[in-house]
Design a protein around this ligand. Structure first.
Ligand SMILES: [Zn+2]
Length: 473
């Protein structure tokens, strides 16, 4: 357990202005670095040229070598089943004089560009417009890499090249393809990556002006089910009205998953409340494209419903297709039920709760079988830790606006691996994106002032960690 003694107020104020000046002076050069990286279309799917990912890793390694602060800089791969994973760029410099060690994570692979005709300017040609740089990867997540490297340059410049803070870098090359070799990579490089705190720069801020730490992620449980009522199909005119068909039994069963208001009706799932931030139903309606006549579902604040309460969606149903519909009572029907589970819940418990609910609500004595299950853990960051306080203060000081805590309704699956392999490390989820970044979609962009502030915030955090006295317990 680490404890940190914080700097006094006047020292902090002059540090903030020194950091901002250093970031401002080098900002054009760092944006040039970002543009160079963005021009390399490294995509980790088999359908794309693996040589681009290799070039991307080499270009990043060159930027790290250029920093001249690491004991070691390397490009490494781990196995992903039959084949090798994508190249990751790693580096390490040991901590001195009892200072903490911080691991900085981002990924250098990008999403495929998507339909070319939906881009206003070419996907891999960075274009400056309206205070933003538009390109695939300009935000997700090459700006995350450049923010880390800028923060390290500022640390070196202000604290001197002999600084005490321990640093590891891990720039993954296959995040967008589901991180197939991630767990093996952590296991094989445990010593290189081990840290007291991990900064995952792959998320978003609340707005372009208001910085955020992402403190919760929902987990996921999906369950394939099959319902049977007959041992063979029947003519619906002959037996309809007395024999239940499997489609009807399945629909009644699936309907039991929500109550009349649309809240999840499965008992035993964890629910918590999200931080109170301003998010109106009008904004949600625009963001989600909700039709005028359609109401929202569930109860409680909108953000709690999106971030910290469970949700259930039936994501696939197999019965007879409309195109081949015939007057038949079907003997069996199946569906995939996908649950988002709240931070603090456990997938293993949630799947048991779901199954018990399904068994208890099965109509007409139908037969129910459970098929394939997929599970991903939710995440809740340790908001009492020293690293969390450092990050929150640094964000507020750099942006000049109090930082907020946000959630994500979806998952970042590799975070569960980080918590398993490094159980004592505090995990901070930061990022350079904001609601208009459009990661994964055409016309992705990074907002330059948000990026500039995010760079300053991370530099401040590293400088304070470097200056902090960290007696071990
Ligand atoms: Zn990303």
């Amino acid at each position: 357990m680490l404890k940190i003694t914080f700097m006094n107020e006047s020292k902090i104020e002059s540090l903030v202005s020194d950091v901002k000046e250093s970031v401002n002076l080098q900002f054009p050069a760092r944006i040039a670095d970002l543009c160079d990286l963005v021009r390399i279309p490294g995509i980790a799917w088999d359908a794309f040229d693996a040589a681009d990912l290799e070039r991307s890793a080499q270009a990043i390694k060159a930027l790290l070598d250029d920093l001249e602060i690491f004991d070691k800089v390397d490009i490494r791969r781990a196995s992903a089943g039959e084949k090798d994973g994508a190249p990751a760029v790693v580096a390490r410099r040991e901590a001195k004089n009892g200072r903490p060690h911080i691991l900085l994570y981002a990924h250098h692979d990008v999403q495929p560009p998507g339909p070319e005709d939906q881009w206003n300017t070419p996907a891999f040609e960075p274009t400056l417009r309206d205070g933003r740089i538009f390109a695939r990867g300009a935000a997700d997540d090459k700006a995350g890499i450049v923010a880390h490297l800028t923060a390290l340059r500022v640390l070196k410049e202000i604290a001197g090249p002999d600084f005490d803070l321990g640093i590891s870098l891990f720039f993954e090359g296959e995040e967008e393809a589901g991180s197939p070799s991630f767990r093996n990579f952590l296991d094989e490089n445990r010593e290189l990556l081990a840290a007291d705190a991990i900064v995952v720069a792959d998320s978003a801020n609340w707005t372009v002006e208001v910085p955020a730490l992402t403190t919760t992620l929902r987990g996921v449980v999906s369950q394939l089910i099959e319902v049977k009522t007959l041992d063979h199909a029947l003519h619906s005119g002959m037996y309809g009205g007395v024999v239940p068909d499997a489609t009807m039994a399945l629909i009644k069963l699936l309907a039991s998953l929500h109550d009349a208001e649309g809240s999840v009706a499965v008992p035993g799932l964890v629910q918590t409340e999200a931080a109170e931030l301003d998010y109106t139903e009008a904004a949600l309606r625009v963001d989600a494209g909700l039709l005028d006549s359609t109401s929202t579902i569930g109860t409680g604040s909108l953000l709690s419903r999106m971030w910290t309460k469970p949700s259930i969606t039936v994501i696939g149903i197999d019965t007879k297709n409309v195109a081949v519909a015939s007057n038949t009572l079907l003997p069996s029907a199946s569906a995939v039920i996908s649950m988002r589970i709240a931070p603090g819940d456990e997938p293993e418990k949630a799947v048991v709760a779901l199954r018990e609910h399904l068994v208890a609500n099965l109509p007409f004595g139908a037969q129910l079988t459970f098929g394939e299950v997929e599970m991903g853990k939710p995440f809740a960051s340790n908001t009492d830790g020293w690293a969390f306080k450092l990050a929150k203060d640094a964000l507020s000081d750099a942006f000049g606006v109090e930082s907020v805590e946000i959630g994500i309704g979806g998952s970042i699956p590799f975070i569960a691996d980080l918590t398993e392999v490094f159980p004592s490390a505090q995990i901070l989820v930061t990022g350079v994106e904001e609601p208009d970044s459009r990661a994964h979609s055409p016309n992705e962009s990074v907002h330059l002032e948000t990026l500039r502030n995010a760079m300053s915030a991370e530099a401040l955090m590293l400088l304070r960690a470097n200056a902090a006295v960290v007696p071990s317990e």
